[in-house]
Design a protein. Sequence first.
Length: 420
Amino acid sequence: MALNERIGDLKAGWRTLLACTSGVCFGLTGLATFAFGVFVIPLTEAFGWTRGEAAAASSIMLLGNGITAPCVGFAIQRFGARRIAIFSMVAVALGYLALSQMNGALMMYYTIWVVMTLLGGGTGNVAWTRQINLTFDRARGMALGLILAGSASAAIFVPLLCTKVILLYGWRAGYMALTAVILLIPVPILLKWFKDIRGPVQPVATDAAVEAPATGFTLAQAIRRPTYWIQTISFFMVSGAVSFIIVHQVPLLIDRGMSPMEAASLASIYGLAIIVGRLSDGFLVDIFHGPYVGAFMYSVAAVGCLLLLFGGQGTLIATLAVLTFGLAGAAEIHQLAFLTSRYYGMREYGKIYGFQLFSFYIAGALGPLVAGFMFDRFHSYTATLYLATALYIASAFMLLMMGPYPKFASTDGTPEPAHA
């Protein structure tokens, strides 16, 4: 497929790209994820919590994302994505405002995260990736890479912003700053440019756009295919490893002798690596078979774990490791959305992707929780790095077991594949 065709496809849908990118960047999978680790140490110092207790809220967030993802998929299928996404974005902003008023009660902390995650579930990737997959076909991989790089943008500026505000004004001001950022940037953009789409947008002879019937498998048909379970298991494993790195990255680097600002700076490099990785992954999956690209990315991340385990404590080693983790963090959620659309079609994408995300977020919830309590037990992240290495390698092998993409009927919206 010619590069200029893919670029033209992206230009035609730039408004959708911008709206979805802002949603990914400032929602629960972007800003909330990458801001979390910066608050762990300030909260433990303020209230006397352990790191495991503080990090448990990230598991609540990821578990809530998993629980709400199928519900969001069903709701979008029935009511459309616009109202759900905007409501959820405002709910996340108000959740941070509530966090800024905590009094040190651990159950209050957990309760706020539960409510924020359940009401903010519409800011997860179901709405944004569905919109992109319905809008783009020729440049689908590139478009997904661009919008999902939005979370990487959060990884660049959020740790630095929060760390600076916390150092100057305290952790309460850090949470309030996040509230203001969400209300002032993504909410207006979504109100302006995020529109409901029911079927694939296709060009016609007049250069206008029409919505065609969506083709692919139903949820019931998808779960009877071996590829569904291979994909589910593979992304379950890699999600656990990536979530451990994301949530515990700043404390891990501080424990290696770095200052909070140095650790936050490396966390920003992680964000840059995610941007490069998602754009590269998006470009490559439009050319090569998607599972092969993902397997390569996860193998590189396993090397990063080994660098931290055996490469010493130098800044160069830490930087190289963070870069490899960024590649894995780039590929996982991008690959999940892309492969779901290619293997199962768009007829019930929201439902199928929602259930894929359920297991993905369950593993993501377990990753930081297990790592936090392992640190409390062993006072080291060494054992968790060994576990993450094994998960990355196993996930790569599972992806290599996936077969070719099915071909779906293109005229009547039926989910009949070209081959089983």
